[in-house]
Design a protein around this ligand. Sequence first.
Ligand code: FAD
Length: 400
Amino acid sequence: CENTQPTGPIDTTMCDYETVESVNGDLFSNVHELVKMPFFKYFQVDLYRECPFWDDQGSCNNPGCAITTVDESQVPLKWRAKVLSQVDGLVDDRHELPGCYYRDSDFCWLDDNTEGDYYDLTLVPERFTGYSGPEAHRIWRTIYEENCFGLSEFNIMDGAAPAPVSLPDTMTDVLRSGEGTENEQCLEKRVYYKVISGLHASISTHICAEYLNQTTGEWGPNLQCFVNRIASHPERLQYIYFNTVLMLRAVARLGPYLSAYDYCSTGTEKDDVETKEILSKVISIAQKAGQFDESALFRGENANILKEEFKVHFRNVTRIMDCVGCDKCRLWGKIQTTGIATALKVLFELDEKALNPHANANLLQRSEVVALLNTLHRFSESLEAVNKFRLIWSGMNPTE
Ligand code: FAD
């Protein structure tokens, strides 16, 4: 835990740890309110699509893995799938599989909202579920294996799921190949690794912050869990900051688009006004701390090929989520990979003209906007949890 107070510039961003620290309290309290608003709390997703990579995805029988759905009638009419499908005019460059699709600019597979249930995300905290062991490790290993950039290794225009990969014997091999010597790797590959490792670290932080003591049945922070999974690997914590800056940069760039978005779900406009008020605070924090120079990536020779490869890999990560054998983990895995993919699209695919809300009102699906802000919430919440662990480590009670 002595290592958990990084200082100075955050690598490959234009921001420093101190700036993120200085805004996170404010960011968290606002984004925490935002995700409770009707627009942001209802999410429709098909959690039961077939795993495209292997047959035996296993299942978590632990009660902590279970989630309950919300009846469609509880979801404001305006945000129900049938109504939404009438306004989605972006069908031109769709590549489809049953139940899902992606467009050329997307970094993820998106649900086409023909199947799937509704979930109230405020009722499903990301925390310890008991999902672990070889099945969970296989998912992480497969995700890290996507960090293999070969430029000509496969047909990058073919969006179909790749054949099952042959896995190396140990996770360490994969991780070593991912972590590598920084200087040996191209910037894009390092960014890819940071994004994944930062997501993994954030999920671990949530698990340790709300851990179930299986002997006493009590929930609470587990310092040893945090030390083992995060604090003894300082770079993992650094990548949570990195992901936070990346998400903030996307929110800052999307500021005008998000401000012009129609959040009204009740017909009274009250939610719309309240949602926009909170959102404008989040956007102004994002403008301050979201300092990331996306133009430094994907430039020079082979830039477009590299970007297409990056997209194919990240789309695969979003499909690997269908193989997660724990409903609750799969839900948050899908939301967060969609949220990150949305941020990547905003940073690396969309120019100012495309981001113009008047010219391009249907730029993002509702699920992308919801996932983006909920993912930012998760990272910001992780940084809050890290602060609490720092206090516990120093012998103070974080609730005082
Ligand atoms: P794991 O976290 O499974 O990690 C496996 C190996 O990866 C480690 O041994 C280490 O070598 C390496 N590693 C760990 N962290 C990092 C990192 N940040 N960067 C690089 N390498 C790393 N469990 C829950 O209880 N609740 C959840 O909500 C939940 N959501 C999940 C969502 C997804 C998408 C997945 C794949 C799993 C989820 N799990 C969840 C399971 C959880 O992530 C762990 O797999 C599980 O707790 C077992 O942890 P572990 O200590 O064995 O190591």
